[in-house]
Design a protein around this ligand. Sequence first.
Ligand SMILES: Nc1ncnc2c1ncn2[C@@H]1O[C@H](COP(=O)(O)OP(=O)(O)O)[C@@H](O)[C@H]1O
Ligand SMILES: [Mg+2]
Length: 452
Amino acid sequence: MMIHVFPSGPLCSLRRALLVWLLPVFVLVGGASAGIAYWSYNQMVSTFMDNQMEMLAESLLVHGPDIMVPALTGDQVHEWGAYVVQVFDTNGQLLKSSWPELKTTLQTDDGFHDLRTGDMRWHVYTTAVKDVGAARRIQVLQSGEFRQHLAAGRAWTAIAPVIVLLPLATLILWCVVAVVSRAVGVIARQASAQDEHSIAELSLDRVPKEIAPLVISFNSLLTRLRDAFATQRRFVQDAAHELRTPITAVSLQLENLRGDFAPGAAAQRFDQLEAGVQRAQRLVDQLLRLSRQEAVGAEAAPRPVNVNDVLRESINALIALADQRGIDLGLETSGGPTDAAMLTCASGDLRSVVDNMIENALRYSPEGAVVDVRVMSHQGKLAIEVADTGAGIPEELLGRVFDRFFRVPGTDVRGSGLGLAIAQSAAQRCGMRITLRNRTDRSGLIARVETL
Ligand SMILES: Nc1ncnc2c1ncn2[C@@H]1O[C@H](COP(=O)(O)OP(=O)(O)O)[C@@H](O)[C@H]1O
Ligand SMILES: [Mg+2]
Protein backbone atom coordinates (compact mmCIF):
# COMPACT_ATOMS: atom_id res chain seq x y z
CA MET A 1 0.00 0.00 0.00
CA MET A 2 1.27 3.45 -0.81
CA ILE A 3 1.45 6.04 1.95
CA HIS A 4 0.60 9.52 0.78
CA VAL A 5 2.85 12.08 2.41
CA PHE A 6 0.71 14.87 1.01
CA PRO A 7 -3.02 14.66 1.35
CA SER A 8 -4.62 14.81 -2.07
CA GLY A 9 -5.97 18.12 -3.20
CA PRO A 10 -4.69 21.03 -5.17
CA LEU A 11 -3.18 22.83 -2.20
CA CYS A 12 -1.16 20.25 -0.31
CA SER A 13 1.34 22.06 1.87
CA LEU A 14 4.96 21.04 2.29
CA ARG A 15 5.03 22.80 5.65
CA ARG A 16 1.95 21.00 6.91
CA ALA A 17 3.16 17.63 5.63
CA LEU A 18 6.50 18.07 7.41
CA LEU A 19 4.82 19.11 10.64
CA VAL A 20 2.20 16.37 10.46
CA TRP A 21 4.89 13.72 9.96
CA LEU A 22 7.70 15.00 12.14
CA LEU A 23 5.97 16.42 15.21
CA PRO A 24 4.25 13.16 16.21
CA VAL A 25 7.64 11.44 15.82
CA PHE A 26 9.23 13.98 18.16
CA VAL A 27 6.41 13.57 20.69
CA LEU A 28 6.61 9.80 20.44
CA VAL A 29 10.38 9.69 20.84
CA GLY A 30 10.19 12.16 23.74
CA GLY A 31 7.47 10.13 25.47
CA ALA A 32 9.33 6.86 24.94
CA SER A 33 12.63 8.25 26.21
CA ALA A 34 10.84 9.65 29.29
CA GLY A 35 9.15 6.27 29.90
CA ILE A 36 12.42 4.38 29.54
CA ALA A 37 14.24 6.85 31.78
CA TYR A 38 11.52 6.52 34.41
CA TRP A 39 11.57 2.76 34.30
CA SER A 40 15.37 2.31 34.28
CA TYR A 41 15.98 4.92 36.95
CA ASN A 42 13.27 3.44 39.11
CA GLN A 43 14.94 0.10 38.75
CA MET A 44 18.35 1.51 39.60
CA VAL A 45 17.15 3.54 42.58
CA SER A 46 15.16 0.61 43.93
CA THR A 47 18.09 -1.79 43.81
CA PHE A 48 20.45 0.74 45.31
CA MET A 49 18.14 1.83 48.11
CA ASP A 50 16.93 -1.67 48.86
CA ASN A 51 20.56 -2.64 49.41
CA GLN A 52 21.05 0.29 51.71
CA MET A 53 17.90 -0.53 53.69
CA GLU A 54 18.98 -4.11 54.06
CA MET A 55 22.49 -3.15 55.16
CA LEU A 56 21.17 -0.62 57.61
CA ALA A 57 18.78 -3.13 59.20
CA GLU A 58 21.44 -5.82 59.43
CA SER A 59 23.97 -3.41 60.93
CA LEU A 60 21.52 -2.25 63.61
CA LEU A 61 20.67 -5.79 64.52
CA VAL A 62 24.15 -6.45 65.81
CA HIS A 63 23.89 -3.60 68.33
CA GLY A 64 22.91 -4.22 71.91
CA PRO A 65 19.40 -3.57 73.42
CA ASP A 66 20.28 0.06 74.15
CA ILE A 67 20.58 0.84 70.45
CA MET A 68 20.07 4.52 69.68
CA VAL A 69 17.98 5.50 66.70
CA PRO A 70 18.31 9.12 65.50
CA ALA A 71 15.10 11.16 65.65
CA LEU A 72 13.72 12.25 62.24
CA THR A 73 11.35 15.01 61.20
CA GLY A 74 8.44 14.57 58.78
CA ASP A 75 10.33 16.72 56.23
CA GLN A 76 13.36 14.49 56.31
CA VAL A 77 11.16 11.44 55.83
CA HIS A 78 9.00 12.83 53.00
CA GLU A 79 11.30 15.28 51.24
CA TRP A 80 14.70 13.63 51.70
CA GLY A 81 13.64 10.02 51.72
CA ALA A 82 15.33 9.39 55.10
CA TYR A 83 15.10 5.78 56.29
CA VAL A 84 12.77 5.32 59.27
CA VAL A 85 14.13 2.70 61.67
CA GLN A 86 11.77 0.78 63.93
CA VAL A 87 12.98 -1.58 66.65
CA PHE A 88 10.59 -4.28 67.85
CA ASP A 89 10.90 -7.01 70.40
CA THR A 90 10.28 -10.52 69.20
CA ASN A 91 6.59 -10.26 70.15
CA GLY A 92 6.09 -7.40 67.79
CA GLN A 93 6.09 -4.67 70.47
CA LEU A 94 7.51 -1.40 69.17
CA LEU A 95 10.47 -0.47 71.38
CA LYS A 96 11.96 2.46 69.48
CA SER A 97 11.26 4.42 66.30
CA SER A 98 13.21 7.19 64.62
CA TRP A 99 9.88 8.73 63.58
CA PRO A 100 7.15 7.72 66.07
CA GLU A 101 4.43 9.36 64.01
CA LEU A 102 4.60 6.43 61.63
CA LYS A 103 2.27 3.76 62.95
CA THR A 104 3.08 0.50 61.33
CA THR A 105 3.17 -2.92 62.85
CA LEU A 106 5.91 -5.47 62.51
CA GLN A 107 5.54 -7.43 59.29
CA THR A 108 5.18 -11.11 59.89
CA ASP A 109 7.23 -12.05 56.86
CA ASP A 110 10.81 -10.99 56.53
CA GLY A 111 12.17 -9.19 53.49
CA PHE A 112 10.75 -6.37 51.39
CA HIS A 113 7.09 -5.28 51.38
CA ASP A 114 5.01 -2.38 50.17
CA LEU A 115 2.63 -0.91 52.77
CA ARG A 116 -0.05 1.75 52.90
CA THR A 117 -0.88 3.96 55.87
CA GLY A 118 -3.68 6.34 55.12
CA ASP A 119 -2.77 7.84 51.76
CA MET A 120 0.96 7.20 52.17
CA ARG A 121 2.88 4.38 50.59
CA TRP A 122 5.93 2.79 52.23
CA HIS A 123 8.61 0.45 51.12
CA VAL A 124 9.64 -1.75 54.05
CA TYR A 125 12.45 -4.09 54.88
CA THR A 126 11.91 -6.41 57.79
CA THR A 127 14.93 -8.27 59.16
CA ALA A 128 15.11 -11.98 59.06
CA VAL A 129 15.35 -13.81 62.39
CA LYS A 130 18.94 -15.00 62.14
CA ASP A 131 18.83 -17.27 65.18
CA VAL A 132 16.10 -18.36 67.48
CA GLY A 133 17.53 -16.45 70.44
CA ALA A 134 17.47 -13.04 68.69
CA ALA A 135 16.06 -10.42 71.04
CA ARG A 136 14.91 -7.85 68.51
CA ARG A 137 13.51 -7.31 65.06
CA ILE A 138 14.22 -4.26 62.96
CA GLN A 139 12.17 -2.64 60.25
CA VAL A 140 13.51 0.02 57.89
CA LEU A 141 10.96 2.06 55.91
CA GLN A 142 11.20 4.57 53.14
CA SER A 143 8.53 6.77 51.62
CA GLY A 144 7.14 5.23 48.39
CA GLU A 145 6.23 8.70 47.11
CA PHE A 146 9.82 9.85 47.53
CA ARG A 147 11.08 7.02 45.33
CA GLN A 148 8.42 7.78 42.73
CA HIS A 149 9.31 11.48 42.71
CA LEU A 150 12.95 10.66 42.27
CA ALA A 151 12.24 8.53 39.20
CA ALA A 152 9.72 11.05 37.85
CA GLY A 153 12.30 13.85 38.21
CA ARG A 154 14.70 11.77 36.22
CA ALA A 155 12.09 11.16 33.55
CA TRP A 156 11.49 14.91 33.33
CA THR A 157 15.15 15.59 32.70
CA ALA A 158 14.95 13.07 29.86
CA ILE A 159 11.89 14.67 28.31
CA ALA A 160 13.03 18.28 28.84
CA PRO A 161 15.29 18.43 25.75
CA VAL A 162 12.42 17.13 23.64
CA ILE A 163 10.11 19.82 25.03
CA VAL A 164 12.71 22.45 24.11
CA LEU A 165 13.33 20.77 20.76
CA LEU A 166 9.68 20.70 19.76
CA PRO A 167 9.07 24.44 19.25
CA LEU A 168 12.65 24.84 18.02
CA ALA A 169 12.20 22.12 15.42
CA THR A 170 8.85 23.62 14.40
CA LEU A 171 10.51 26.99 13.97
CA ILE A 172 13.40 25.54 11.98
CA LEU A 173 11.00 23.58 9.77
CA TRP A 174 8.97 26.72 9.27
CA CYS A 175 12.03 28.71 8.27
CA VAL A 176 13.43 26.01 5.97
CA VAL A 177 10.07 25.72 4.22
CA ALA A 178 9.87 29.52 3.99
CA VAL A 179 13.30 29.64 2.33
CA VAL A 180 12.35 26.87 -0.11
CA SER A 181 9.00 28.58 -0.78
CA ARG A 182 10.79 31.82 -1.48
CA ALA A 183 13.05 30.05 -3.98
CA VAL A 184 9.98 28.52 -5.62
CA GLY A 185 8.27 31.93 -5.52
CA VAL A 186 11.19 33.49 -7.41
CA ILE A 187 10.90 30.80 -10.09
CA ALA A 188 7.13 31.27 -10.22
CA ARG A 189 7.57 35.02 -10.72
CA GLN A 190 10.09 34.39 -13.47
CA ALA A 191 7.68 31.94 -15.07
CA SER A 192 4.71 34.29 -14.87
CA ALA A 193 6.75 37.13 -16.37
CA GLN A 194 7.02 35.11 -19.57
CA ASP A 195 4.82 35.86 -22.50
CA GLU A 196 4.96 34.89 -26.11
CA HIS A 197 7.27 37.81 -26.92
CA SER A 198 9.85 37.19 -24.26
CA ILE A 199 10.23 33.52 -23.54
CA ALA A 200 13.46 33.13 -21.62
CA GLU A 201 14.67 30.11 -19.73
CA LEU A 202 14.24 30.19 -15.96
CA SER A 203 17.43 30.56 -14.02
CA LEU A 204 18.64 27.51 -12.11
CA ASP A 205 20.52 29.70 -9.66
CA ARG A 206 19.59 29.03 -6.03
CA VAL A 207 17.00 26.48 -7.07
CA PRO A 208 16.87 23.65 -4.52
CA LYS A 209 18.17 20.40 -6.01
CA GLU A 210 14.83 18.71 -5.49
CA ILE A 211 12.99 21.31 -7.54
CA ALA A 212 15.63 21.58 -10.28
CA PRO A 213 14.13 18.75 -12.43
CA LEU A 214 10.83 20.65 -12.50
CA VAL A 215 12.56 23.84 -13.61
CA ILE A 216 14.62 21.95 -16.21
CA SER A 217 11.55 20.32 -17.72
CA PHE A 218 9.71 23.63 -17.60
CA ASN A 219 12.63 25.22 -19.43
CA SER A 220 12.54 22.54 -22.10
CA LEU A 221 8.80 23.16 -22.45
CA LEU A 222 9.51 26.89 -22.80
CA THR A 223 12.07 26.21 -25.51
CA ARG A 224 9.58 24.12 -27.44
CA LEU A 225 6.97 26.80 -26.94
CA ARG A 226 9.33 29.48 -28.21
CA ASP A 227 10.09 27.38 -31.28
CA ALA A 228 6.39 26.79 -31.85
CA PHE A 229 5.64 30.51 -31.61
CA ALA A 230 8.48 31.32 -33.96
CA THR A 231 7.27 28.73 -36.48
CA GLN A 232 3.73 30.07 -36.25
CA ARG A 233 4.90 33.64 -36.70
CA ARG A 234 7.07 32.68 -39.63
CA PHE A 235 4.18 30.88 -41.21
CA VAL A 236 1.80 33.85 -40.80
CA GLN A 237 4.47 36.21 -42.03
CA ASP A 238 5.29 34.08 -45.07
CA ALA A 239 1.65 33.45 -45.87
CA ALA A 240 0.74 37.13 -45.58
CA HIS A 241 3.77 38.08 -47.62
CA GLU A 242 2.98 35.57 -50.33
CA LEU A 243 -0.67 36.65 -50.42
CA ARG A 244 0.21 40.30 -50.73
CA THR A 245 1.66 40.01 -54.22
CA PRO A 246 -1.33 38.34 -55.94
CA ILE A 247 -3.80 40.58 -54.07
CA THR A 248 -1.89 43.68 -55.13
CA ALA A 249 -1.87 42.34 -58.69
CA VAL A 250 -5.67 41.73 -58.57
CA SER A 251 -6.26 45.21 -57.19
CA LEU A 252 -4.14 46.76 -59.98
CA GLN A 253 -6.05 44.75 -62.56
CA LEU A 254 -9.32 45.98 -61.06
CA GLU A 255 -8.12 49.55 -61.26
CA ASN A 256 -7.30 49.03 -64.92
CA LEU A 257 -10.71 47.51 -65.54
CA ARG A 258 -12.67 50.24 -63.74
CA GLY A 259 -13.06 52.40 -66.85
CA ASP A 260 -14.61 49.49 -68.78
CA PHE A 261 -17.77 49.48 -66.71
CA ALA A 262 -20.61 51.81 -67.57
CA PRO A 263 -22.68 53.03 -64.59
CA GLY A 264 -25.35 50.48 -63.68
CA ALA A 265 -25.72 47.09 -62.06
CA ALA A 266 -22.39 45.80 -63.37
CA ALA A 267 -20.53 48.88 -62.00
CA GLN A 268 -22.20 48.38 -58.64
CA ARG A 269 -21.03 44.77 -58.47
CA PHE A 270 -17.60 45.94 -59.56
CA ASP A 271 -17.55 48.33 -56.57
CA GLN A 272 -18.41 45.46 -54.24
CA LEU A 273 -15.64 43.38 -55.78
CA GLU A 274 -13.19 46.23 -55.31
CA ALA A 275 -14.27 46.70 -51.67
CA GLY A 276 -13.76 42.97 -51.09
CA VAL A 277 -10.28 43.07 -52.54
CA GLN A 278 -9.47 46.14 -50.44
CA ARG A 279 -10.64 44.29 -47.34
CA ALA A 280 -8.43 41.35 -48.21
CA GLN A 281 -5.53 43.70 -48.74
CA ARG A 282 -6.13 45.36 -45.37
CA LEU A 283 -6.37 41.99 -43.65
CA VAL A 284 -3.11 40.81 -45.17
CA ASP A 285 -1.45 44.07 -44.14
CA GLN A 286 -2.67 43.66 -40.59
CA LEU A 287 -1.50 40.07 -40.48
CA LEU A 288 1.88 41.10 -41.74
CA ARG A 289 2.04 43.90 -39.18
CA LEU A 290 1.03 41.57 -36.37
CA SER A 291 3.58 38.92 -37.22
CA ARG A 292 6.32 41.51 -37.65
CA GLN A 293 5.46 43.16 -34.36
CA GLU A 294 5.66 39.84 -32.60
CA ALA A 295 8.96 38.82 -34.09
CA VAL A 296 11.53 39.04 -31.35
CA GLY A 297 13.85 41.98 -31.81
CA ALA A 298 11.83 43.37 -34.69
CA GLU A 299 10.55 46.35 -32.73
CA ALA A 300 12.28 49.69 -32.84
CA ALA A 301 14.25 50.85 -29.82
CA PRO A 302 12.13 52.51 -27.12
CA ARG A 303 12.45 56.27 -26.78
CA PRO A 304 10.55 58.96 -24.85
CA VAL A 305 7.27 59.78 -26.59
CA ASN A 306 4.97 62.70 -25.87
CA VAL A 307 1.57 61.12 -25.39
CA ASN A 308 -0.40 64.25 -26.23
CA ASP A 309 1.47 64.63 -29.51
CA VAL A 310 0.74 61.04 -30.47
CA LEU A 311 -2.94 61.52 -29.61
CA ARG A 312 -3.16 64.67 -31.71
CA GLU A 313 -1.50 62.97 -34.68
CA SER A 314 -3.84 60.03 -34.38
CA ILE A 315 -6.93 62.26 -34.15
CA ASN A 316 -5.78 64.27 -37.16
CA ALA A 317 -5.47 61.08 -39.15
CA LEU A 318 -8.90 59.85 -38.10
CA ILE A 319 -10.85 63.12 -38.11
CA ALA A 320 -11.90 62.42 -41.72
CA LEU A 321 -13.54 59.16 -40.64
CA ALA A 322 -15.24 60.97 -37.73
CA ASP A 323 -16.54 63.70 -40.06
CA GLN A 324 -17.73 61.16 -42.58
CA ARG A 325 -19.82 59.51 -39.84
CA GLY A 326 -20.89 62.76 -38.20
CA ILE A 327 -19.16 61.82 -34.94
CA ASP A 328 -18.02 64.43 -32.46
CA LEU A 329 -14.42 63.41 -31.69
CA GLY A 330 -12.85 65.35 -28.80
CA LEU A 331 -9.55 65.29 -26.90
CA GLU A 332 -9.30 66.17 -23.25
CA THR A 333 -5.84 66.34 -21.65
CA SER A 334 -5.25 66.59 -17.92
CA GLY A 335 -2.80 69.50 -18.02
CA GLY A 336 -1.98 72.41 -20.29
CA PRO A 337 -0.28 71.87 -23.64
CA THR A 338 3.16 72.27 -22.06
CA ASP A 339 2.40 69.70 -19.40
CA ALA A 340 3.73 66.85 -21.47
CA ALA A 341 2.86 63.30 -20.45
CA MET A 342 5.88 61.29 -21.49
CA LEU A 343 6.19 57.59 -22.04
CA THR A 344 9.17 55.49 -23.02
CA CYS A 345 7.98 53.38 -25.88
CA ALA A 346 9.03 52.05 -29.27
CA SER A 347 8.09 54.47 -31.99
CA GLY A 348 4.84 53.50 -33.64
CA ASP A 349 3.67 51.22 -30.82
CA LEU A 350 1.74 53.86 -28.89
CA ARG A 351 0.34 55.21 -32.15
CA SER A 352 -0.84 51.72 -33.08
CA VAL A 353 -2.59 51.37 -29.69
CA VAL A 354 -4.27 54.77 -29.87
CA ASP A 355 -5.24 54.41 -33.55
CA ASN A 356 -6.92 51.09 -32.90
CA MET A 357 -8.84 52.32 -29.88
CA ILE A 358 -10.09 55.49 -31.58
CA GLU A 359 -10.83 53.77 -34.86
CA ASN A 360 -12.91 51.12 -33.11
CA ALA A 361 -14.83 53.80 -31.23
CA LEU A 362 -15.54 55.63 -34.51
CA ARG A 363 -16.45 52.52 -36.46
CA TYR A 364 -18.59 50.75 -33.87
CA SER A 365 -20.61 53.82 -32.81
CA PRO A 366 -23.67 54.95 -34.75
CA GLU A 367 -23.62 58.11 -36.84
CA GLY A 368 -23.85 61.25 -34.74
CA ALA A 369 -22.22 59.60 -31.73
CA VAL A 370 -19.73 61.25 -29.38
CA VAL A 371 -16.21 59.91 -28.87
CA ASP A 372 -14.11 61.40 -26.07
CA VAL A 373 -10.39 60.77 -25.72
CA ARG A 374 -8.95 61.50 -22.28
CA VAL A 375 -5.42 61.43 -20.89
CA MET A 376 -4.99 60.99 -17.17
CA SER A 377 -1.78 60.85 -15.20
CA HIS A 378 -1.66 60.10 -11.53
CA GLN A 379 1.36 59.29 -9.34
CA GLY A 380 3.60 58.56 -12.31
CA LYS A 381 0.98 56.29 -13.91
CA LEU A 382 -0.52 57.20 -17.21
CA ALA A 383 -3.88 56.21 -18.65
CA ILE A 384 -5.61 57.02 -21.92
CA GLU A 385 -9.33 56.41 -22.22
CA VAL A 386 -11.48 56.42 -25.34
CA ALA A 387 -15.17 56.55 -24.49
CA ASP A 388 -17.86 56.17 -27.16
CA THR A 389 -21.65 56.17 -27.19
CA GLY A 390 -22.10 53.00 -29.24
CA ALA A 391 -23.70 49.73 -28.19
CA GLY A 392 -20.72 48.52 -26.15
CA ILE A 393 -19.72 44.84 -26.02
CA PRO A 394 -21.68 42.09 -24.20
CA GLU A 395 -19.93 41.57 -20.82
CA GLU A 396 -19.15 37.90 -21.47
CA LEU A 397 -17.30 38.77 -24.70
CA LEU A 398 -15.17 41.59 -23.26
CA GLY A 399 -12.19 39.29 -22.72
CA ARG A 400 -12.51 37.51 -26.05
CA VAL A 401 -12.34 40.53 -28.36
CA PHE A 402 -8.56 40.55 -27.81
CA ASP A 403 -8.31 37.13 -29.45
CA ARG A 404 -7.10 37.19 -33.01
CA PHE A 405 -9.91 37.10 -35.54
CA PHE A 406 -12.58 37.27 -32.86
CA ARG A 407 -15.40 39.67 -33.68
CA VAL A 408 -18.62 40.20 -31.76
CA PRO A 409 -21.23 38.30 -33.79
CA GLY A 410 -23.93 40.29 -35.49
CA THR A 411 -21.92 43.41 -36.29
CA ASP A 412 -22.25 44.68 -39.86
CA VAL A 413 -19.12 46.81 -39.61
CA ARG A 414 -16.34 45.33 -41.69
CA GLY A 415 -13.19 44.26 -39.94
CA SER A 416 -10.75 41.43 -39.41
CA GLY A 417 -10.83 40.94 -35.64
CA LEU A 418 -7.08 41.61 -35.52
CA GLY A 419 -7.06 45.27 -34.41
CA LEU A 420 -7.24 44.76 -30.65
CA ALA A 421 -4.79 41.83 -30.78
CA ILE A 422 -2.30 44.09 -32.58
CA ALA A 423 -2.98 46.95 -30.17
CA GLN A 424 -2.65 44.78 -27.06
CA SER A 425 0.73 43.39 -28.12
CA ALA A 426 1.94 46.92 -28.93
CA ALA A 427 0.68 48.11 -25.52
CA GLN A 428 2.54 45.28 -23.80
CA ARG A 429 5.77 46.37 -25.38
CA CYS A 430 5.14 49.86 -23.98
CA GLY A 431 4.66 48.36 -20.50
CA MET A 432 0.93 49.04 -20.74
CA ARG A 433 -2.29 47.08 -20.89
CA ILE A 434 -5.58 47.70 -22.65
CA THR A 435 -8.81 46.96 -20.80
CA LEU A 436 -12.35 47.39 -22.02
CA ARG A 437 -15.45 48.13 -19.96
CA ASN A 438 -18.97 49.07 -20.78
CA ARG A 439 -20.17 52.46 -19.67
CA THR A 440 -22.45 52.52 -16.67
CA ASP A 441 -23.87 56.03 -17.22
CA ARG A 442 -25.21 55.13 -20.67
CA SER A 443 -24.60 52.67 -23.50
CA GLY A 444 -21.11 52.74 -24.91
CA LEU A 445 -17.65 51.36 -24.42
CA ILE A 446 -14.62 52.74 -22.62
CA ALA A 447 -11.31 51.43 -23.91
CA ARG A 448 -8.52 52.22 -21.46
CA VAL A 449 -4.80 51.76 -21.86
CA GLU A 450 -2.66 52.31 -18.79
CA THR A 451 0.87 51.85 -17.60
CA LEU A 452 1.29 48.83 -15.35
N1 LIG B 1 -15.77 50.60 -29.34
C1 LIG B 1 -16.37 49.43 -29.59
N2 LIG B 1 -17.71 49.32 -29.49
C2 LIG B 1 -18.32 48.14 -29.72
N3 LIG B 1 -17.67 47.02 -30.11
C3 LIG B 1 -16.35 47.08 -30.26
C4 LIG B 1 -15.63 48.29 -30.01
N4 LIG B 1 -14.31 48.03 -30.21
C5 LIG B 1 -14.20 46.74 -30.58
N5 LIG B 1 -15.43 46.16 -30.61
C6 LIG B 1 -15.74 44.76 -30.94
O1 LIG B 1 -14.54 44.01 -30.78
C7 LIG B 1 -14.27 43.28 -31.97
C8 LIG B 1 -12.78 43.17 -32.15
O2 LIG B 1 -12.22 44.42 -32.45
P1 LIG B 1 -10.89 44.50 -33.27
O3 LIG B 1 -9.93 43.56 -32.68
O4 LIG B 1 -10.49 45.91 -33.39
O5 LIG B 1 -11.26 43.92 -34.69
P2 LIG B 1 -12.10 44.55 -35.88
O6 LIG B 1 -12.35 45.96 -35.55
O7 LIG B 1 -11.23 44.38 -37.06
O8 LIG B 1 -13.33 43.73 -35.93
C9 LIG B 1 -14.94 44.04 -33.06
O9 LIG B 1 -15.31 43.16 -34.10
C10 LIG B 1 -16.16 44.60 -32.36
O10 LIG B 1 -17.20 43.68 -32.42
MG1 LIG C 1 -10.83 47.29 -35.01
